[in-house]
Design a protein around this ligand. Structure first.
Ligand SMILES: NC(=O)c1ccc[n+]([C@@H]2O[C@H](COP(=O)([O-])OP(=O)(O)OC[C@H]3O[C@@H](n4cnc5c(N)ncnc54)[C@H](OP(=O)(O)O)[C@@H]3O)[C@@H](O)[C@H]2O)c1
Length: 486
């Protein structure tokens, strides 16, 4: 237990109250903290001065400081509750990992700031084991709030008094707090730290944590943790992300494009996404596709990658465009990359083989065993499946991905892969970006589907429209019904 307000040990601390904006004199309990270590810690985001404290609760706090605290005001600050599974192990159940990295990057960019990492706040203060038990309950249908209650635990058991005291000890007086959680701001204020500004820390949602983020927004009052919602075509005529912007940094919630990710044991939920010109081309006749759509639309693609377990293209696209298929234009985790390559034509230096993300190559017995081995040595997963009419047998290939635990698959092309997936009816959702361009002769988005009469066309249902800069996005479900006959 933390000490309560004891007059003899209390300090009077003036600070600006966020709610009223007025100077208030309040009594802040002095909590005795031990500074247990002080060192320089080199990280991927550069060197930080690290001060470690321990409070009477037994909780340890790691204060990462960048630059001078100076007068202690306007310090860009993140108070990060530890999440072993998200921060260190890349769990997609929450947004903690991308949030932590984004906070470190923002502090590094600013050159002055603090990251206060609180291992004691694991699982919103209920600890690692209870958090895992709560996950078990969430798998049975409870949301994060109900699961904690079911376990007889607080929905949020964090006590921020020691954390606030750590900041006070380091000379911090006022912060620009990186958080979506209003409770953290009021708790720091109550602990004597003026919250001069709340800076949202949004990351692109994943299909696996969408429900969790929504619960945090609706039931715990967090500010849109998944970032700005995609604009509807009706309202969005202006987008601040102009063509000249590099588009990096801001999260985007593309869940309306993703649709309802349904589970199936046979194959992942497949979202087909491509950008085409108004005359239906995804590339010129020579295969050039850079860029059909503008920067805002490409951010949407990156947010969709961040939302899915895996992203897939055919070897034709790898050979023509050498894409990396990672998430770079929004804060979020990169998906597993899947390449359809029946003869293993993938070049050794292809971007999809780099170490930024996991890669799976689906191939057939037509590929050389030596090549397969060479890829495995480069830590690429190689799956050999049956041959199909277009290369890799799609049913078996997609089934193999489902066996590997991939539940959502974004397919980005190219033309042959789009066509064969549609022909196989192995698509749940289609997302087409329409760019205001005409190319004339070029690479058609979709090849022959064997449709001789319009009445036999593949039907898309529940369409929604969205704007991304000057491009228009249309998303719809592929009707699972058999095509209508005349
Ligand atoms: N605008 C956009 O959104 C967009 C997106 C992506 C690509 N593109 C453009 O699309 C063009 C590439 O399209 P593409 O048709 O040449 O290549 P692709 O569809 O990317 O790859 C096709 C190749 O994949 C292999 N494959 C293996 N199994 C397959 C299966 N079941 N179905 C289909 N293919 C299978 C085949 O090669 P093997 O027989 O050797 O296995 C096939 O030739 C490029 O110009 C690229 O720039 C545009």
């Amino acid at each position: 237990m933390l000490p309560s307000l004891v007059p003899g040990r209390a300090a009077s601390k003036p600070f600006t109250c966020l709610a009223s904006g007025k100077l208030a004199i309040i009594m802040i309990p002095m909590i005795p903290l031990d500074e247990v270590a002080r060192l320089v810690l080199p990280t991927w985001a550069g060197e930080f001065d690290l001060r470690a404290f321990q409070g009477p609760s037994g909780g340890v706090y790691l204060l990462f400081l960048r630059g001078e605290v100076g007068d202690g005001r306007h310090l860009l600050t993140r108070l990060h509750s530890a999440c072993l599974t998200g921060d260190a192990l890349g769990s997609l159940r929450c947004e903690c990992g991308p949030q932590l990295r984004l906070a470190m990057r923002r502090i590094a960019a600013e050159g002055r700031g603090a990251l206060l990492y609180a291992p004691y706040h694991e699982g919103r203060g209920i600890g690692l084991i209870a958090k895992l038990k709560a996950y078990e309950l969430q798998d049975l249908g409870h949301d994060t709030v109900e699961a904690n209650r079911e376990l007889g635990l607080p929905v949020d058991g964090r006590d921020y008094r020691e954390a606030a005291q750590v900041l006070v000890r380091a000379g911090v007086r006022g912060v620009r707090l990186l958080t979506n959680n209003p409770d953290k701001a009021s708790a720091l204020e109550a602990g004597g730290i003026a919250v001069e500004e709340v800076v949202p820390l949004q990351t692109a949602p994943h299909a696996r944590n969408l429900g969790y983020l929504e619960t945090k927004r609706q039931r715990l009052g967090h500010l849109a943790p998944g970032g700005a919602a995609l604009a509807s075509a009706e309202v969005a005529v202006h987008d601040p992300w102009t063509e000249s912007s590099n588009g990096q940094g801001h999260a985007l919630d593309v869940s309306p494009l993703l649709g309802e990710v349904r589970r199936s044991a046979e194959r992942p939920y497949v979202v087909l996404k491509y950008a085409q010109t108004l005359d239906g081309r995804i590339a010129t006749a020579s295969g050039d596709a850079r860029w059909i759509s503008g920067v805002p639309e490409r951010r949407v693609s990156h947010a969709m990658r961040a939302a899915c377990d895996a992203v897939m293209v055919g070897i034709g696209t790898v050979l023509r465009d050498d894409p990396r298929l990672t998430v770079r234009m929004v804060p979020g985790a990169s998906p597993i990359r899947v390449i359809l390559d029946s003869k293993l034509r993938v070049p050794p230096h292809a971007g999809v083989l780099d170490s930024d993300a996991v890669t799976i190559v689906l191939t057939t017995a037509r590929s050389s065993p030596a090549r397969r081995e060479a890829l495995r040595e480069r830590r690429v997963r190689v799956e050999v499946v049956q041959e199909g009419p277009d290369g890799v047998d799609l049913r078996e290939g997609l089934g193999r991905l489902a066996e590997l635990g991939i539940r959502s698959l974004l397919v980005e092309g190219g033309a042959r892969v789009i066509t064969s997936l549609l022909r196989e009816r192995a698509v749940d959702r289609v997302v087409v970006a329409l760019a205001p361009l005409l190319l004339g002769k070029g690479t058609e988005a979709v090849g022959d589907l064997g449709v001789a009469e319009v009445i036999h066309a593949l039907r898309l249902v529940n369409p929604t429209r969205h704007a991304a800069g000057t491009d228009l996005l249309i998303a719809a479900d592929l009707d699972g019904q058999a095509p209508r006959r005349g």
